[in-house]
Design a protein around this ligand. Structure first.
Ligand code: FES
Length: 151
């Protein structure tokens, strides 16, 4: 891939739109962070590459619509993560409900997502600048790398 000037902290060039569409899923390391870029049903998404639960490789996960949200299913233990926001999605029941009906719930944001933009056929990813801890951050650090290697 042709190397382009990468402004520090700014949007990073990650490839030509056509290449990324054809690849469907592309792995990139930006500022030391491993990112998965997904093209699905005409939309680009960028998420941390390793699952927040135990570092599973999301690159190989299926994508399904769950409760109106497109989710990637981690191949390791089948956790569901919304592509747009990185929410952990799970099915549960409310025991106070009689009879309890299983429904989909959100655990909140668990997987860091990043912003994808496109200009004249070039695609860029701007890393999330959200300063609070998001669970998937663990598998981007040194300790997380060790854990992933053990699994
Ligand atoms: Fe992804 Fe457990 S590592 S579901």
């Amino acid at each position: 891939m042709e190397e382009k000037q990468q402004p520090t902290g700014g949007p990073h060039f990650v490839g030509k739109k056509e290449e990324l569409i054809e690849a469907k899923r592309s792995f990139r390391t930006l500022e030391g962070r491993d990112i998965l870029i997904i093209h699905h049903q005409g939309v680009f998404y960028a998420v941390d590459s390793y699952c927040y639960h135990a570092g599973g490789e999301l690159q190989n996960g299926d994508i399904e619509e769950i409760d109106g949200k497109l989710c990637i299913i981690c191949p390791k233990h089948k956790y569901k993560i919304s592509l747009a926001k990185g929410e952990g999605i799970y099915k549960g029941t409310n025991p106070r409900e009689k009879p309890p009906v299983p429904r989909w719930y959100s655990k909140g944001v668990k997987q860091r997502t990043h912003t994808v933009t496109e200009t004249n056929g070039d695609v860029y990813v701007k890393l999330s600048t959200e300063t609070c801890w998001i669970d998937s951050d663990f598998y981007q650090g040194e300790k997380g790398k060790v854990e992933r290697a053990k699994a």
